[in-house]
Design a protein around this ligand. Structure first.
Ligand code: WTA
Length: 661
């Protein structure tokens, strides 16, 4: 049975315990439903109330939602605030001030603690250093950093002075960095000499140098370098400075700059259906509200919680649930530099025990790989550690198969902790469809119901609602505060990608397929319906990988990339390649495939390496020359071709492509 099929027949239900319901902020289904009704009756009133209660405004807003230029919605548009002040300054003079904000565990196990007060001082000092470099409100700053306190400080410092940050995941290539610096028109890059992962020292600064060296980064003036390790790195005179150099003599007091609610807090690049990544632009007011609110709703965060989200700050999850949400909620959080399998695959469980984590949030891929590890080596099974501190578990980034859900629920949560399967996207800013731990009866593999105020629905191609049980496209019918505002520098693409005219231009199209079950109306996400792949919870565009492959002009004539299901990574990348020379076989094919994988890693990043590469004399095309991707998908899965191939120009090619090498 495939994952989707097993999800569809899933009928186990796990209601929250009475004690959990009683203690929860949103306590029981009637409380959830009351909030939904309030939002349905008066959407603006609902959000206005929450925005007043959850955000510190330096200038209160008087209008809640402006729809006059839809789909360019504006929220709280005449309000002013500062995101960093909402994460740090607001705790001054409260018990949170002296509380641990961050428990940082380095790759080698060394632990550092930073209080809220210290965090405020560090952010203030770094913000002053940015200002001294001439960086000001409205400028864009690229952050290419390892996981650690410094990365969060850099993000918060940008927010403090009104500079828009754009974090690039440390696994992306020089070329990806170059494209993002240019697209964002960044004035500075904040990076580190090296990063430590799995006991290895991996370069960051030299990749920055290489990226800038590719040319076109005319706006860039400064590179700030955190010396994570003792190893020296190349420094360009006049352009590059170490953290120590720029922080020297800077005071820790930096007044937060009040910005308009719609001011872009950050731009985060993500893959879409074309070759060019999209710069998803988020606001300050609506986004911050969401980060705070979903910490309260989805994680039911409390003063004594130790929250741990394993996501890297290079992804949206690391923005909302590492850099902003936990701080806005005044929580103590764990930040981990390393990888789950070093020095052994019990590292996560060991860290939960060590730091007494209470809320643990990770990706299904990580869970699946740790299940596999625990099945082959008893010593890394979670049962070897005391996980009794846990009270809520979460997953994000991809569908979780019921088997992995059950294992997580049993072996990590001790059948005691609700598992919140949170569906959302870079574009949505935070959780959209998710169980609430003290209300929603859980069904393995289902993200259950939308948060109050999120008008999620499933429609057909014309935008018409489909009945429960019938699959369709996931949409959101009304705007919400933390939604994407535009694609940086490309408003037309924003409209076309998310608010297609064919569907009336008013529905937010998520790009995922979904189905609601007939009994409860629970949502189940069936996967992307566009040319976006989800590999280990990382988004990659098929076109992006195809462009990378054909960029190897001396070798590759044509390439088509599709996804196929994979037990561990959710989806795996499968590339069909036509070379400019005879189709290789045997050892030669293996060698060329290895070269192409490395090439893609250099062009995009190691996460984009195709798992399978198949060579053909051609690709299956219609008479008009269109590549028939559905056939490629079947071949990638190893299925027999049962589809109609009568429109195919060259049917013989299918057999050739079906051969692996
Ligand atoms: C997928 C990550 C099923 C989905 C926060 C979405 C999920 C894409 C879930 C966004 C989930 C995310 N169940 N699928 N709980 N969460 N997805 O932008 O396909 O990196 O469109 O944001 O991940 O990925 P992104």
């Amino acid at each position: 049975m495939s994952n989707i099929e097993s999800v569809l027949v899933e009928n186990r239900v796990f209601p929250p315990s009475e004690a959990t319901v009683k203690a929860a902020r949103i306590s029981g289904m009637p409380a959830y439903e009351a909030m939904c009704h309030e939002a349905e009756r008066d959407l603006e009133g609902f959000w206005a109330r929450l925005a007043k209660d959850n955000v510190v405004w330096t200038k209160p807003f008087t209008t809640t939602l402006n729809e006059s230029n839809a789909p360019f919605y504006k929220w709280f548009e005449d309000g002013e605030l500062n995101a960093s002040a909402n994460c740090l300054d607001k705790h001054v003079g409260t018990p949170v001030e002296n509380k641990t904000a961050i428990i940082f565990e380095a790759d080698d196990g060394a632990v550092t603690r930073v209080t809220y007060k210290e965090m405020l001082a560090r952010v203030g000092q770094f913000a002053n250093a940015l200002k001294a470099q001439g960086i000001k409100k409205g400028d864009r700053v690229i952050i290419y950093m390892p996981m650690g306190v410094e990365g969060v400080v850099a993000m918060q410092a940008c927010a403090r002075i009104g500079a828009t940050h754009s974090v690039v995941f440390g696994g992306f290539s020089a070329k990806a960095l170059n494209e993002r610096i240019i697209d964002a028109g960044a004035v500075a890059v904040v990076t580190a000499n090296y990063q430590m992962r799995g006991g290895k020292e991996l370069p960051l600064k030299s990749i920055v140098d290489e990226g800038i060296g590719m040319g076109g980064c005319d706006t860039l003036k400064t590179v700030l370098v955190y010396m994570r390790t003792a190893t020296a790195c190349n420094m360009v005179a006049g352009r590059d400075k170490t953290f120590a150099e720029v922080l020297e003599g800077q005071g820790s007091d930096c007044p937060p700059v009040a910005v308009n609610a719609e001011h872009p807090l950050f731009v985060l690049y993500t893959s879409g259906s074309t070759g060019k990544p999209k710069g998803v632009q988020h606001s300050t007011g609506g986004y911050l509200l969401w980060a705070k609110l979903t910490m309260d709703w989805t994680f039911d965060i409390r003063p004594d919680d130790v929250f741990w989200c394993t996501a890297d700050i290079g992804w949206i999850t690391g923005h909302t649930y590492v850099a902003y949400g936990p701080l806005a909620a005044g929580a103590t959080q764990v930040i981990f530099e390393g990888i789950p399998t070093f020095p052994h695959a019990g590292r996560f469980w060991q860290m939960i025990e060590k730091h007494k984590a209470t809320v643990f949030y990770t990706a299904p891929t990580a869970i699946r790989s740790l299940i596999k590890a625990a099945e082959t080596d008893e010593k890394v099974h979670p049962k070897n550690w005391d996980l009794s501190s846990l009270r809520i578990l979460g997953t994000v980034g991809e569908p979780i198969n019921p088997e992995a859900w059950m294992w997580y629920y049993r072996n990590v949560g001790g059948e005691r902790c609700p598992v919140v399967d949170t569906f959302w996207q870079t574009e949505t800013g935070g959780h959209m469809i998710t169980p609430l731990p003290g209300a929603t009866p859980l069904v393995p593999g289902s993200c259950t119901l939308p948060l109050p105020g999120i008008m999620a629905a499933i429609v057909d191609e014309t935008g018409k609602d489909v009945p429960n049980g019938a699959g369709g496209m996931l949409v959101v019918k009304r705007p919400w505060p933390s939604m994407i505002r535009t694609i940086w520098g490309d408003p037309e693409r924003f409209k076309k990608s998310y608010f297609p005219e064919e569907m009336g231009g008013k529905l937010y199209l998520a790009g995922d397929g979904a189905v609601r079950d007939a009994k409860r109306g629970y949502f189940r996400i069936t996967g992307r319906i566009d040319d976006v792949l989800n590999v280990s919870g990382h988004r990659l565009g098929t076109m992006e990988i195809e462009s990378a492959l054909v960029a190897k002009t001396d070798l590759v004539a044509e390439a088509a990339v599709v996804g196929r299901p994979d037990d561990l990574t959710g989806e795996a990348i499968c590339a069909f390649v036509v070379l400019k020379r005879a189709r290789p076989s045997g050892e030669e094919a293996k060698q060329i495939a290895a070269d192409l994988r490395n090439w893609v890693a250099k062009e995009i990043g190691p996460i984009a390496k195709p798992k399978d590469i198949r060579f053909g004399d051609n690709l299956p095309k219609t008479r008009s020359g269109k590549i028939m991707r559905r056939l490629l998908r079947s071949i990638a899965k190893g299925e027999a071709i049962t589809q109609d191939v009568s429109t195919l120009e060259n049917p013989a090619i299918l057999e050739q492509l079906a051969q692996t090498n």
